[in-house]
Design a protein around this ligand. Structure first.
Ligand SMILES: [Zn+2]
Length: 298
């Protein structure tokens, strides 16, 4: 695990290396020595692209069709993205993943602007939480995992080509909340003690309370990285966990909807009120229920 291998492979510019080394070291310290090899693998196997338009870079790498996490409109204005594309082959009887291409694009990057560093940390968070068991195949179904997010694709072999069609996707809301919290914590600890994320405020608020009051940050991180939520489900209770995922999903959609009505103050107020009602009132009810269930030892 020699950091020099990463520099040699991608030939990053000389003046950029100290920063990259700091990010690398910070992430290993934050995630613990046990995850050092994971961070190394992510850096070694992910191409970082700075100061280019997210949509055009993905288009150039033929990676647009695989991205259903965000739509085309979001991608065109996105400040950053992590994307992975599996190379899937069919051997006549079964599908298998031959290779995976990974990419992080940061649209407007500057070492003087903490929020652009935060975007890089955020996307690295997605990459790190995706890497282990990112793609797996069950029969003719491709499963893609990124933290708690799980996408399923139908695979078809047509005219010598493997085609994939999205059939389902879940847990995006809770994952964005948790990953934005990850971004905030890493930024505050290593780059800017006053840093506050401006994105996904609803799901971030919920993730923060959940992790803080129940001391669940490490358990969530473990579940995200190693794709095993059982310990969390046992802690929270299965019905409560499902309800939590559902609340996060609704708040996440409203977090995104707020971007669409930034020019319309009345609409923005309406959407914000709706979001705050779920993220504060409905979430508080669930929070109290989890606390009561735990006190009763259910
Ligand atoms: Zn994200």
């Amino acid at each position: 695990m020699d950091f020099q291998n990463i520099i040699d492979k991608y030939k990053y510019p000389e003046d950029f290396i100290p920063f990259l080394k700091k990010v690398y070291g910070s992430l290993i310290q934050f995630l613990g020595k046990d995850n050092e090899s994971l961070v190394y693998q992510v850096f070694l196997n992910t191409t970082f692209v700075f100061n280019q338009n997210v949509y055009s870079v993905l288009s150039d790498h033929d990676m647009l069709d695989v991205n259903d996490i965000v739509g085309e409109k979001e991608l065109k204005r996105a400040s950053g993205v992590y994307e992975a594309k599996p190379i899937i082959q069919f051997d006549g009887s079964k599908f298998y993943v031959k290779d995976v291409q990974r990419l992080i694009v940061i649209a407007n990057f500057s070492l003087d602007k903490p929020y652009t560093i935060a975007t890089f940390i955020h996307e690295l968070g997605h990459a790190i939480k995706a890497y282990h068991k990112e793609f797996s195949i069950e029969g003719d179904i491709l499963i893609r995992r990124s933290g708690l997010i799980e996408e399923r694709y139908q695979l078809n072999y047509v005219n010598g080509k493997v085609m994939q069609t999205l059939i389902s996707k879940r847990n995006t809301g809770i994952e964005e909340g948790l990953n934005t919290l990850f971004e905030e914590k890493v930024m505050q600890q290593y780059f800017d003690p006053n840093y506050e994320s401006k994105a996904y405020n609803g799901v971030l608020f919920m993730a923060n309370i959940l992790c803080d009051r129940f001391s669940l940050f490490d358990s969530f991180l473990n579940a995200e990285i190693y794709k095993d939520s059982q310990a969390l489900i046992d802690f929270l209770g299965e019905a409560n966990y499902d309800e939590l995922i559902y609340l996060f999903e609704r708040v996440y959609k409203l977090d995104l909807k707020r971007y669409d009505c930034l020019g319309n103050l009345d609409e923005l107020k309406k959407v914000s009120e709706e979001r705050n009602h779920i993220a504060h009132d409905e979430f508080l009810l669930l929070y109290n229920k989890i606390k009561m269930d735990r006190n009763r030892g259910l």
